[in-house]
Design a protein around this ligand. Structure first.
Ligand SMILES: Nc1ncnc2c1ncn2[C@@H]1O[C@H](COP(=O)(O)OP(=O)(O)O)[C@@H](O)[C@H]1O
Ligand SMILES: [Mg+2]
Length: 351
């Protein structure tokens, strides 16, 4: 049995098709990230799972139990689902301890013990228990919100852009900490984010939403290396898209003859490479006999990863390549370009 099954969910707001026939399966104990640009329907989907919103059509099933079937629904507070939103939504007039204990029985003998265990779990100092939310940083508030949601022992945790208000370094730490906490607690999670790096590094399964439609779902690796179309490719990272002639698992393009991940496709189409699949090596102009050579026209130094612009000699194609900061070629020098791995062929659009 699928842990969480979302079947044919649709939702309209007036003329806006916020969700159009969404199907998504989530395995027990896994982490799913729903990623998509702003307005693509991510929050609507999460609110339907949580029970704050009713779908026009479709079902939500959790552990075999029907939570929503069209408009007939189990109310939110009976779903056993925790939710952490973008701003944490802590009660400002309550202490950290009261926030975390909110929803626990007042007189429960083990209340303090449980609150202590929860604050330890989200790696906050117990000295913070008496503070009010405004005396905490954004990251600390989010940890308290997570502890509060965990305190109710949810079957499923929903996270709606919980790290988006934090700055980069803190965000990465929080993401790792939250993943760790969920894993230890064995709680299945669905994270919504518009940040593709966050989605790729947090999740076992990534689902891409666009204009209310689920474009593709799969492992982070599968989506990054085998995106369904050009738009998904570019949404998930930088991509080099080249026009090519396919034949027997190989593509003829400006980079020469390169292997592709579709053995049975023929004819003219676009193929995609991630910029880190290209390697540059120095050559001198006279000795240039490599399959593909070009001239370095620009380098944007970025430390560990640098952007090198190469104009190919056999045409006017310009490539933006990611290269390590070590042993960078010089601007104006000639380089040979080789490909690591296979180029990806997009799904046939008429398929
Ligand atoms: N309560 C609502 N009333 C009217 N339109 C809404 C409402 N909630 C969301 N929408 C619309 O539905 C679409 C999807 O919104 P949302 O799910 O919030 O997207 P995301 O979280 O991906 O940014 C948007 O066009 C948004 O304007
Ligand atoms: Mg949203």
């Amino acid at each position: 049995m699928t842990f969480l099954a979302i079947k044919n969910i649709s939702k309209r707001y007036g003329p806006v098709h916020a969700l159009d026939n969404i199907d998504l399966m989530v395995a027990a104990g896994s982490r799913t990230a729903i990623v998509g640009p702003s307005g693509s329907g991510k929050t609507t989907l999460l609110r339907i799972i949580a029970g704050f919103e009713t779908p026009d059509a479709g079902q939500v099933m959790l552990q075999g139990e029907t939570l929503a079937d069209g408009e007939a629904i189990v109310p939110a507070h009976r779903r056993g689902i925790g939710i952490v939103s973008q701003d944490g939504a802590l009660f400002p007039h309550l202490s950290v301890s009261e926030n975390i204990g909110f929803g626990m029985e007042r007189g429960a003998r083990d209340r303090d013990q449980r609150i202590n265990a929860l604050i330890d779990m989200v790696e906050l100092d117990r000295g913070m228990l008496d503070r009010r939310p405004h005396q905490l940083s954004g990251g600390q508030q989010q940890r308290v919100a997570l502890a509060r949601a965990l305190g109710r022992k949810p079957r499923l945790m929903l996270l709606d852009e919980p790290f988006s208000a934090l700055d980069t370094g803190l965000r990465e730490n929080m993401r790792k900490a939250v993943a760790r906490v969920l894993q230890i607690a064995g709680i299945t999670a669905v994270l919504v984010t518009h940040d593709q790096t966050e989605a790729l590094s947090f999740a076992d399964q990534v689902a891409v939403l666009r204009e209310g439609r689920l474009i593709q779902a799969g492992t982070p690796q599968a989506l990054y290396l085998s995106p369904r179309d050009r738009e998904t490719a570019l949404f998930l990272g930088d991509a080099i898209v080249l026009s090519a002639d396919l034949d027997k698992g190989s593509a003829k393009c400006v980079l020469g003859q390169i292997p592709v991940d579709a053995d049975n496709r023929q004819g003219r189409t676009d193929v995609m490479l991630r910029p880190e699949q290209l390697r540059l090596s120095a050559i001198d102009e006279a000795g240039a006999r490599a399959a593909c050579i070009g001239k370095v026209t620009e380098i944007e130094f970025g430390g560990a990863v640098c952007a090198v612009t190469v104009v190919l000699s056999n045409g006017s194609e310009t490539l933006n390549i990611k290269s390590s900061g070590v042993g960078l070629p010089e601007v104006g020098s000639m380089v040979s370009v080789s490909v690591i791995g296979k180029a990806h062929v997009f799904d046939r659009l008429d398929a």
